[in-house]
Design a protein around this ligand. Sequence first.
Ligand code: HAM
Length: 430
Amino acid sequence: MDIKVPRGTQDILPSDSGKWQIVEELIRETCSLFQYKEIRTPIFEHTELFTRSVGDTTDIVQKEMYTFQDRGDRSLTLRPEGTASTVRAYVEHKMFGYADQPVKLYYMGPMFRYERQQAGRYRQFVQFGIEAIGSADPAIDAEVISLAMSVYQKAGLKNLKLVINSLGDTESRVAHKEALVNHFEPHIKEFCTDCQNRLQKNPLRILDCKVDRNNPLMASAPSLADFLNDESATYFEKVKEYLTILNIPFVVDPNLVRGLDYYNHTAFEIMSTAEGLGAITTLAGGGRYNGLVEELGGPESPGIGFAMSIERLLLALEAEDNNWATLSMLDVYVISMGEAAKKKAVELTNVFRQNNITSEMDYLDRKIKTQMKSADRMKAKFVLIIGDDELEKESVMLKNLSNGEQQLIPLNKLVEQVKNSITAWVEEEK
Ligand code: HAM
């Protein structure tokens, strides 16, 4: 049998899953600090949800969705992103009626896009995203961006670049759209068929085309920045002001257009500038989507959010050569030799675990030296050595694997003294 994982998917092996768990925990902690609460929605949704929200001219909808008919002949789609589902749930469960607005939600789970596989681009990837729905205050735009930056900074990333833009409100966009059509129409035959289709339906998408990106008409295209009406321009100024208050440096890029249709006003992406990351440097993307709740059948409730994949966060950490994830997660490896010591090892390993001390022992009756090697490989903080001598004295030997120091511990003080030693070890390593 020669069955492998499907293209664009990957197994997360035990050697890596610890890093995932650290990142997931850090994300949940950060969301709690900012008071975003978790929402879990289904992995598949009615296809129409995505065509109506993400937009039927986008690459995601046109080329990347895993869509299938179920046995009841419904068209369903594996979710390619989390905003549509979150907004659907917001409307379906009438969260607009909650006393506390905006409603601040986060999600973390697998998303699916049929994309060309490359480093940093997968067909199944895990997105962490947040959505703040029910406020059009520019301060919340800054909060959303600040949460994303916090996650990256806490994970230890240093080479970050925040790029922002304003896509304006409907009025600004209509004026810009008209200018784009006038700009591209006389030469549209030079463009790919996708762009030709986009011309009337959604000309902004042309600027995001990967095929025609070097056509000189792209660079000379009218910029949305010149079409922002006063209200949109003022809104954007306020977002920038709040980012400055939060000490978050940013770069304004008038060419930043996002690949999904529901955006208006603030759009942003966070890139890694670390060397060696490869072609894909965008770590997270998001923006405001006033009007999406109405589009999905709810009352006027402006929203903003972002999403990032855990895969790209881990790749960026690797590119920065960050070794935070190799920290020891095993407190004590219990080493024993002989029948009596083995019985004691089983008993003490259990005592440790009952007292929240992570511990491991040998189950292959290996030599002491081999058990020692195992402890090293597992990056144990300590080994506990149980020998006949020690047993006679009702004590055990605790050895610190960082500095080699040993101490004899009486069995009746075991938990207390091991806990103290672990605390000292952690302090020492800081
Ligand atoms: P997006 O820009 O399509 O936006 O994706 C956001 C992030 O998901 C990307 O920056 C990247 O980290 C990750 N991502 C996307 N596709 C892949 C892939 N094929 N492989 C690995 N990672 C990927 C959205 O999805 C919006 N829903 C974000 C949002 C939330 N806007 C408002 N609220």
